[in-house]
Design a protein around this ligand. Structure first.
Ligand code: S6P
Ligand code: ZN
Length: 170
C-alpha cells in the first residue's frame, strides 16, 4: 500500500532522554526500544487528511526508569491526536504549555484524546511489549525539541517494584 512506513528507535538514538546517564552508558546502544509502523495515505502536510500508526514499546528500563518514546508535540500546535491501547500496560505522560504535567493509565481498550498544544510521551510499565494505535492529522508534523531529555516535568520510575509517576524540576 503506498505511504506505508516504519521506523525503529534504538537506545543510542535516545541519548539524554533517560535520567540515569551512568546506567545508559552501560547498555547496548543497538537495543531496540520501540518500533512504529504508520500509514500516510496522503503526503505529509496535507490539510484535512489523517495518518494512522501502531507503536510497540519493548519492556525494559534504564536504571529505574521504564522504556518510553522520545515524546513530542505537534509542529502545527493546535493539531490533536487519538491514542488507543491494544496490548500491555503503560502511562501516557502529557504536558501542556503552562508546564502542568499529568498522566493517563494505558491498558487494553483505553482511549486517549491528546489536545493540540499538549506534548505526549508513552512509557511501558509492564512486562510485555506495549502496543497502541494512533490517529493524527496529516499536517500536524512533529516537534521533538520539547523532549530533549527534559521538558516533560515528570518521570515514570520503578519504586518498590511498582511504577511511580514523579514530578521533576526538569
Ligand atoms: C505521531 C504519534 C506516534 C509517535 C510514536 C513514536 O503523532 O504520536 O505515532 O510518533 O508513538 O513516538 P515519538 O515521540 O518518537 O514520535
Ligand atoms: Zn503525536
Amino acid at each position: 500500500m503506498p505511504g506505508l512506513r516504519s521506523s525503529e528507535k534504538k537506545l543510542g538514538q535516545l541519548s539524554g532522554i533517560f535520567r540515569d546517564a551512568q546506567a545508559f552508558r552501560g547498555m547496548d546502544p543497538d537495543t531496540i526500544v520501540y518500533r512504529v509502523w504508520w500509514w500516510e495515505p496522503v503526503p505529509g502536510g496535507t490539510e484535512g487528511g489523517l495518518f494512522w500508526g501502531l507503536t510497540e514499546i519493548q519492556p525494559g528500563s534504564v536504571g529505574d526508569e521504564y522504556y518510553m518514546t522520545h515524546g513530542h508535540r505537534h509542529a502545527v500546535l493546535d493539531r490533536a491526536e487519538f491514542y488507543g491501547t491494544t496490548v500491555g500496560e503503560g502511562m501516557l505522560v502529557l504536558r501542556d504549555e503552562s508546564g502542568r504535567s499529568w498522566f493517563e493509565a494505558m491498558k487494553p481498550g483505553s482511549l486517549h484524546y491528546i489536545s493540540g498544544r499538549v506534548a505526549h510521551r508513552v512509557v511501558n510499565t509492564g512486562d510485555v511489549p506495549l502496543r497502541f494505535v494512533a490517529c493524527w492529522p496529516s499536517d500536524a508534523g512533529h516537534d521533538y525539541q520539547i523532549a530533549g531529555g527534559k521538558g516533560f516535568g515528570a518521570r515514570v520510575l520503578r519504586q518498590n517494584g511498582k511504577p511511580s509517576f514523579t514530578l521533576t524540576e526538569e
